[in-house]
Design a protein around this ligand. Structure first.
Ligand code: NAD
Length: 298
């Protein structure tokens, strides 16, 4: 049976790893948080006490970590996973990093893997925690065609759409473009909803009207920021779970750095970055990003 190590069992990684278990793979999970480990065990997964134990004699490693520094420290260096895999895994297991990180870091990690003969892809995702739980994520993949083909059966268990964007790092570039747009859409949709509410409209009725009109977008269809409009969204659960404000702020930072490096004007991206930073200063970084609507409270 194919053995998979899954590193990072948080809001996204937890349900993604559970779907691999449900599909019949032998999955060994590792996370720094005991709660994440016990939830994964309850879902039928095996857990390890360390990264080293988790990646011992596996065929595939999948990671879902917060940021580039975590990914670098997981894979690179004397104590890193690549070193461990090259020494102890003669069959050259496949490595899939699903975290959203700097494209440059994905290229650096990818180059180290390639130099050791380890197939590696960057495969950040879109679709949120609901998509992770339902196995309907979109994967934006960077890496060689051979590595992407090798990864497809595993990605297909966790997602519905798999796009090969280009060589190493290309998945990350696609992801930050998408998330900059999502940040702008969430702030813009919140602004429009607040305008309607403050002028006496029922947010559920207004959402329905806009979703079927020219303002329709993913936020209105799947992730309404007003509590009670959609029962399954983080907004209806005190903005808990979902995609944290701090992670969206991180993605906007990645987008703006890439914009500067490539001389691209991103005025709306910059404004969204400022809005999310103002919101973080007032309400902290751990609420779901749809809580940006609180900024529009009087
Ligand atoms: P999260 O904070 O819920 O989960 C990250 C997990 O990684 C945590 O459980 C943490 O303990 C663990 N971790 C950190 N360092 C570790 C290490 N060295 N070894 C093992 N575990 C470690 O975050 P999340 O929402 O699951 O997001 C993960 C990634 O997915 C981020 O890069 C984020 O930008 C991206 N993402 C999130 C969403 C979303 O809706 N939450 C959507 C798309 C992409």
């Amino acid at each position: 049976m194919t053995k998979i190590a899954f590193i990072g069992l948080g809001n996204m990684g937890g349900p993604m790893a559970r779907n691999l278990v449900t599909a019949g793979y032998d999955v060994c999970g590792f996370d720094l948080m005991p709660d994440a480990l016990s939830q994964f065990e309850q879902a039928g997964g095996r857990t390890a006490d360390s990264v080293t134990d988790a990646v011992n004699d596996v065929d595939v490693v999948v990671s879902m970590l917060p940021a580039g520094k975590h990914v670098k420290s997981l894979y690179l260096g004397e104590e890193g996973v690549f070193s461990r895999l090259s020494e102890h895994c003669p069959k050259h297991c496949l490595v899939i990093d699903c975290s959203t990180i700097e494209a440059d870091v994905a290229r650096e990690v990818g180059a180290d893997a390639t130099a050791r003969g380890i197939p590696f892809i960057d495969a950040p995702v879109s679709g949120g925690t609901a998509g992770a739980a339902a196995g309907t994520l979109t994967f934006m993949v960077g890496g060689s065609q051979v590595a992407v083909d090798q990864a497809k059966p595993f990605l297909a268990v966790m997602g519905q759409n798999i796009f090969h964007a280009g060589e190493a790092g290309a998945g990350q570039v696609a992801k930050i473009c998408n998330n900059m747009l999502l940040a702008i859409l969430m702030a813009g949709t919140s602004e429009a909803l607040k305008l309607g509410i403050n002028n006496g409209l029922d947010p559920a009725v207004l959402s329905e009207i806009m979703s079927k009109s020219s303002g329709g977008n993913w936020v209105l269809d799947k992730y309404n920021p007003v509590p009670g409009v959609m029962p399954q969204t983080p907004a209806s659960n005190g903005y808990q779970g979902g995609f944290m404000v701090g992670l969206m702020a991180k993605d906007l930072g990645l987008a703006l750095n890439s914009a500067k490096a490539s001389g691209t004007a991103t005025p709306l991206g910059s404004l969204a970055d400022n809005l999310y930073r103002m919101h973080s200063a007032r309400s902290g970084t751990t609420l779901d990003f749809s809580s940006i609507i609180k900024l529009y409270d009087a």
